[in-house]
Design a binder for this molecule. Structure first.
Ligand SMILES: [Zn+2]
Ligand SMILES: [Zn+2]
Length: 339
């Protein structure tokens, strides 16, 4: 079968690999489509180390070809993959933290992923998708699951003032989820004028440039600061901004992945008695919530898919991700028509 394999830092090739089999009770799933994510780019570039060779990719939908041992999913069932296997028995799994399983891995980094024609996975990692979910919507469900997981860690009231910093795919999904939770005042911060209209459509009450954010939040809150600050850009500067825009007693969520925090002031965290959340991955139930929210037509996911490439054109798909005008770049692996 064809697959995109990382052979070493900076070296990804699409080539033939031995066909995956439905061994060890796992289901065999034919991959329909796979989303390209910043994590894939970091792995490909060697910024996130992996033991090569490994098949890249962790965001996918597909169809069950051979059911797993549990037999929960019939052949032909459309499924969303949870790319974080969990053991179900360790101390963290028993504390309802399967996404932080002590034996956990990320497919596409620590084991073969989904930039391939087939993948084998335990039934527990496969979440059925109803037919009403379109292909474009399906492409966003894995990311949406991580956003739902993140928001499950914070409280939100209609009268809260929220600020969402960074309007990539995650920021735009967080906007919609905050709107869905009834938050009426949401200030979106983006450098991109092109995203203003989309942000308003998705629930932002104001959309401002980074250098206007302090004033906008001060205006709306009469100087109190935001109640909820969601950092979705993943830079030291936007992290510092999130803490600055947060008011006393606020909840700050670090959703963008940041490896260094040189420009932050921990005294501010203490002084404002901030609640800081740094969510990772998603619980199995978050995948089901993502599918249900989408199937109930409560979110607008399709506009977030901005380009599609066949697997053979992976280098072009990776190059497209560098274009700030792109949101979700998707690889078509099986024929369109499959979810
Ligand atoms: Zn991802
Ligand atoms: Zn576990």
């Amino acid at each position: 079968m064809r697959a995109a394999v990382i052979e070493g830092p900076g070296c990804v090739v699409v080539r033939d690999v031995p066909a995956v089999r439905a061994a060890d009770g796992r289901a065999l799933v034919r991959v329909s489509q796979a989303g390209v994510c910043g994590t894939d780019l970091k792995i490909a570039a060697g910024d996130i180390p992996v033991v090569a060779p490994v098949v890249l990719g962790h965001e996918m939908t597909g169809r069950v070809e051979i059911p797993g041992r549990a037999g929960a999913l019939a052949p032909g069932t459309a499924v969303l993959l949870n790319p974080s296997p969990f053991c179900g028995r360790c101390s963290r799994c028993r504390r309802d933290l399967p996404h932080l399983c002590r034996h956990g891995r990320l497919l596409g980094r620590d084991a073969d992923g989904c930039f391939a024609e087939y993948i084998a996975a335990d039934d527990a990692l496969l979440h059925p998708i109803p037919d009403s979910v379109t292909r474009d919507e399906g492409a966003l469900l894995q990311v949406l699951s991580t956003c739902i997981h993140a928001q499950s860690a914070i409280r939100a009231w209609p009268e809260d003032v929220a600020v969402v910093i960074g309007l990539g795919v995650a920021g735009l999904l967080h906007l919609q989820l905050l709107r869905e939770r009834g938050v009426r005042s949401i200030i979106a911060v983006t450098r991109s004028a092109a995203k203003h209209e989309l942000a308003r459509r998705f629930g932002a009450s104001a959309v401002v440039a980074p250098d206007e954010a302090d004033e906008a939040v001060a205006d709306v809150t009469a100087g109190r600061g935001a109640d909820i600050a969601l950092e979705c850009a993943g830079s030291a500067a936007t992290l510092a901004q999130a803490f600055r825009l947060a008011g006393a007693g606020a909840q700050v969520m670090l959703f963008g992945i940041i490896t260094g925090i040189a420009d932050t002031r921990p005294y501010e965290w203490y002084y404002k008695e901030l609640t800081i959340k740094s969510p990772r991955a998603a619980r199995p139930r978050d995948y089901d919530s993502a599918i249900a929210l989408c199937a109930q037509r409560r979110l607008d996911l399709a506009p977030l898919v901005t380009s599609r490439f066949p697997l053979s054109r992976l280098p072009e798909a990776f190059a497209a991700c560098a274009d700030p005008g792109q949101l979700k770049v998707v690889l078509d692996i099986a024929d369109a028509g499959a979810a």
